[in-house]
Design a protein around this ligand. Structure first.
Ligand code: FCB
Length: 446
């Protein structure tokens, strides 16, 4: 400690959320696949739902005030497709569109730059009934939806993220079955990953047209270095497969227009159907890559494991309430590898953060020293990557406030702001105060 590491003067400091996780306002929108998934017994802890969440739909003005007090320069949020188009297509819900319009205006008035994610997992149920992302038609419905949103917001929003974490959409939702829609079929998951990527590429020209040539367009991937558990050739090959599955399967098509050959061979008959022209569409140029980083994975060969024949091991170390290892060096490693292998025009960390068990102390504050330390170490790791040449332009903390953590319901708290779900009171945690001080200094103490 003691050394001050400064960030570039134009570095963007923000916080992130997602529509289903914070908005509530269920009666004021159409049904999402996550609404249905929450009703599936045993899928979501406590049977929690997104009906109310942080009630951000009604409290957004206060929440923008909170962001301003933290000194945020940017806010990443997502649009709920079923709020804009309750049936997924056709009739627009004018009030839904108005909500995002007012949110964007409130942000701009507060001097906060909106970064808008178009798909953070809340597919309209009406489209799921027609096959969801397994149906090629959903690609075109997504592009129409993007057109509706960009028509309304494109004059003010200059930063767009087409998709959040296609790997999670495809594999947690359709192979592991722990996310909506809850299926367990590897071939289906691979086809879905492909359709999501094609929809990303097809949305780009629509966003350009409606937001202007200067608009910055990107996609957010969840990326995580895979380290072999031992030096054995089997474990090293297993780590390579994990890297192919999680990282390269998405990076290669987006930046190089092809799926990685080693993985295509591994998947064999499970490979998706790729229509002529698809790979060119996926590889259309983007202005930035969004990186969601939480941890690394340590991988061994596991002969009996289905699909990939890999298993994760848990080395000694510090773990968060998600059981994710705290390993900030992997963030520097990842950012430098992306720079070297894919030469992105720009990088943003669009999510980074941690869950710990928080509570309000008798002094009325939320003391979360482990989260403060997690953030500090990851700021240092980010600064180190910049110093070594990574084109990292900004950082978004996950999350602005505690929220619905998918299959974990409200049992995991990632916020830099504590939310009392009974009263909807927000209390900035010590980590939020710490973050505000880093933003103000534009520097971190290493
Ligand atoms: C990411 C998601 C985000 C949040 C964090 C903890 O995978 O994008 O919505 O749940 O994990």
């Amino acid at each position: 400690m003691g050394q001050i590491r400064a960030f570039p003067p134009d570095f963007v400091w923000g916080a992130a959320t997602a529509s289903f996780q914070i908005e509530g306002g269920r009666k004021e929108r159409g049904e999402a696949i996550w609404d249905a998934f929450c009703r599936w017994p045993g899928k979501v802890v406590n049977g929690d739902t997104g009906d109310v969440a942080d009630d951000h739909y009604h409290l957004y003005r206060d929440d923008v005030g909170l962001m301003a007090r933290l000194g945020l320069g940017a806010y990443r949020f997502s649009i709920s497709w079923p709020r804009v188009l309750p049936e997924g297509k056709g009739q627009v819900n004018a009030k839904g569109l108005d909500f995002y319009d007012m949110l964007v205006d409130a942000l701009l008035e507060a001097g906060i730059t909106p970064f808008v994610t178009l798909y953070h997992w809340d597919l309209p149920s009406a489209l799921q009934r027609l096959g969801g992302w397994a149906a090629r038609d959903t690609i075109y419905r997504f592009v129409d939806y993007v057109g509706v949103v960009a028509d309304r917001l494109g004059d003010r929003v200059q930063h767009w993220i087409t998709h959040n974490e296609p790997w999670v959409v495809a594999f947690l939702g359709n192979l592991e079955g722990v996310h909506a829609p809850g299926w367990e079929d590897a071939g289906l998951a691979l086809q879905i990953a492909h359709h999501v990527l094609v929809s990303h590429g097809l949305a780009l020209p629509v966003l350009r047209e409606k937001s202007g040539e200067q608009a910055k367009l990107g996609i957010t991937l969840n990326l995580s270095p895979a380290h072999p558990a031992t030096d054995s050739p089997e474990d090293r090959a297993a780590a390579q497969r994990q890297d192919g599955y999680l990282n390269r399967w998405f990076l290669d098509p987006v930046f190089r227009g092809s799926y990685p050959a080693d993985m295509a061979e591994w998947y064999g008959y499970l490979m998706p159907r790729i229509a002529p022209g698809d790979m060119e569409i996926i590889a259309r140029p983007i202005d930035f890559l969004g990186v969601n980083f939480y941890t690394r994975s340590v991988i061994r060969h596991a002969e009996d494991a289905p699909f990939l024949k890999v298993a994760a091991v848990s080395p000694e170390g510090e773990y968060t309430a998600m059981d994710w290892e705290v390993y900030p060096a992997a963030l520097t490693e990842l950012l430098l590898r992306l720079t070297r292998d894919y030469a992105p025009a720009a990088l943003y960390i669009t999510e980074n953060g941690c869950a710990y068990e928080d509570g309000v102390s008798s002094d009325g504050h939320v003391h979360d020293p482990k989260r403060v330390e997690y953030f500090r170490q990851h700021f240092v790791a980010s600064q180190e990557a910049i110093a070594q040449g990574a084109p990292l332009k900004g950082y978004f903390a996950w999350s602005l406030m505690d929220n619905f953590e998918w299959g974990f319901g409200y049992s995991r708290r990632f916020g830099i702001t504590y939310v009392d779900y009974a009263t909807q009171e927000r209390i900035v945690k010590d980590s939020g105060l710490y973050y505000a001080s880093v933003i103000k200094a534009n520097a971190v103490e290493a």
